[in-house]
Ligand binder design. Structure first.
Ligand code: NAD
Length: 477
């Protein structure tokens, strides 16, 4: 049994009121750790430390900040087994996936450590009487509020560009998966040489910490990744003080299979699209739109792929358990929702059980066919391994169904017709469109949503502008 504490001002800090919450193991349902339930005073302390540390950090040359972040990337690579084990234990993710996720974690620091050296302003010509230029300034203290589905990856895609551009950071991981981010902050300061106070992690409940972060006068911007409800609550507070936000919210992404696609590849890709990470993936392809004339043939292939999945606690499993008990229960409630809409599962539809699964929080990957886009199951984000198969006639019909959603995070297109691919990509209301595979993209590709999936972008070159403010300097000569 271990305790997870906040990391503030370059040291581990137990909660000032001594309160902890139990953390349960998704693979067994049993208690595995105690996690700090930090009170408001600890959050304020972290923000004030970050504020003090920021002035010296922003005044370093970008290349000097970059060198420290590159050192951090090197240590992440060296420590990938330890960091990966912490995260796998917290989330229940299969061990086999951790090396890839830790590689991605290091890549964010490598990318932004180099990129920040190329971040320049411009000179604007207004004739010989003026010298006008622009520069990009950091905000000051940046807050990062984070979900539990890919803890380090979600954290560093905000933290790496924020630090590289000269901000200091107060990060708040999910109370369910805090251990790996606390360890990252520790190695950043104690091994990579990041000045204490520049990168802090506050552990505890979002309903307590989030509002304190948003209301603190030294907090200058928040990047929030999580669900719609918490995002809306944060947005209301932010509106009061004109606090800039990046909101990375949920999705109900359409994955569209045309009759000219490689159907075997599409069936494999569509399976991974809704079962990767047991469906706990914001951009999961959970509305599977299949052209009418290939529907039955395709569904047969899909079911064969789903039946071959290997669920369990073992290292090489294709899917692990659901990370939190509340989410495990929420997913099960959608089986009732589907039944009330007259749907029966073509495969799955219940809790996965078996000797190897014990009392862990496992759900059978589930396919519902004959779903209409106006049914609750097709409208709400489940955040679990459930896919709705929805038939369509032609391109126009596919586009209409795909865009008929409050969300607009991701989309997939499976087709060999390049004209069709571009027409669809232009028409889809989604922040990221993947063609002939269904992946999470790259560190270099911007990520973010249309409509209720949020605003602002993480990842890619564009993130540098989201963590800096543009200033114009107009000099009359
Ligand atoms: P969540 O909204 O419950 O929690 C996210 C974070 O917000 C946690 O750290 C939580 O403690 C905190 N929080 C809770 N209430 C808060 C409040 N009132 N104010 C401020 N912070 C608060 O989400 P989750 O269950 O951890 O994650 C799942 C959700 O995240 C899904 O909707 C998923 O689609 C979304 N997500 C989006 C992306 C993306 O890039 N768009 C990536 C991953 C997850």
């Amino acid at each position: 049994m271990f305790k997870v504490n906040s990391y503030i001002g370059g040291r581990a800090l137990p909660p000032s009121d001594g309160r902890y919450n139990d953390k349960l193991d998704p693979r067994t349902g049993e208690k595995m750790a105690e996690v700090a339930n930090s009170p408001a005073a600890d959050v304020a302390l972290a923000i004030e430390d970050a504020d003090r540390a920021q002035a010296a950090w922003r005044n370093l040359r970008p290349s000097e900040r970059g060198r420290i972040l590159l050192e951090l990337a090197r240590i992440i690579r060296r420590s990938e087994d330890r960091l990966g084990a912490l995260e796998s234990a917290d989330t229940g993710k299969p061990g086999v996936e951790m090396a890839g996720l830790m590689d991605l974690t290091a890549q964010y620091f490598e990318y932004y450590a180099g990129l920040v050296n190329a971040m320049d302003g411009e000179v604007i010509n207004q004739g010989p009487d003026y010298h006008i230029y622009t520069r990009r300034d950091p905000f000051g203290v940046i807050g990062a509020i984070l979900p539990w589905n890919a803890p380090l990856h979600q954290a560093v895609r905000a933290i790496a560009p924020a630090l590289a551009t000269g901000n200091s950071v107060v990060a708040k991981p999910s109370e369910h998966t805090s251990a790996s981010l606390v360890e990252l902050a520790r190695i950043a300061v104690e091994e990579a040489g990041l000045p204490p106070g520049v990168f802090n992690v506050v552990v505890g409940k979002g309903s307590v910490i989030g509002p304190v972060m948003a209301r603190h006068p030294a907090m200058r911007k928040i990047s929030f990744t999580g669900g719609l409800t918490a995002g809306q609550e944060l947005g209301k507070i932010a509106a009061e003080r004109i606090l800039p936000l990046t909101l990375e919210l949920g999705g109900k992404s359409a994955n569209i299979v045309f009759d000219d696609a490689d159907l075997d590849a599409a069936a494999k890709g569509a399976t991974r699209a809704f079962t990767w990470n047991s469906g706990q993936w914001c951009a999961a392809g959970t509305r599977l739109l299949v052209q009418e004339n290939i529907h039955d043939r395709f569904v047969e292939k899909l079911i064969a792929e789903v039946a071959a999945l290997d669920i369990g606690p073992h290292f090489n499993a294709t899917s692990g358990p659901i990370t939190t008990q509340a989410q495990f229960e929420k997913i099960q409630s959608y089986f009732g929702v589907a039944e009330r809409d007259g749907l029966t599962p073509a495969i799955g539809g219940k809790v996965a059980s078996g000797a190897a699964l014990g009392s862990g929080w496992y759900i059978e990957p589930t396919v519902y066919t004959g779903v209409r886009n106006d049914m609750t199951l097709a409208k709400e984000e489940v955040f679990g391994p459930i896919v709705c198969v929805i038939p369509f006639k032609d391109e126009a019909d596919a586009l209409h169904i795909a865009n008929d959603s409050e969300f607009g995070l991701g989309a997939g297109i499976w087709s060999r017709d390049i004209g069709r691919v571009h027409r669809m990509a232009a028409g889809l209301e989604a922040g990221r469109i993947v063609v002939n595979e269904y992946s999470g993209g790259f560190v270099q590709t911007p990520c973010g949503g249309f409509k209720q999936s949020g605003y602002g972008r993480e990842q890619g070159l564009d993130a540098l502008s989201h963590y800096t403010q543009l200033k114009s300097i107009i000099i009359r000569l």
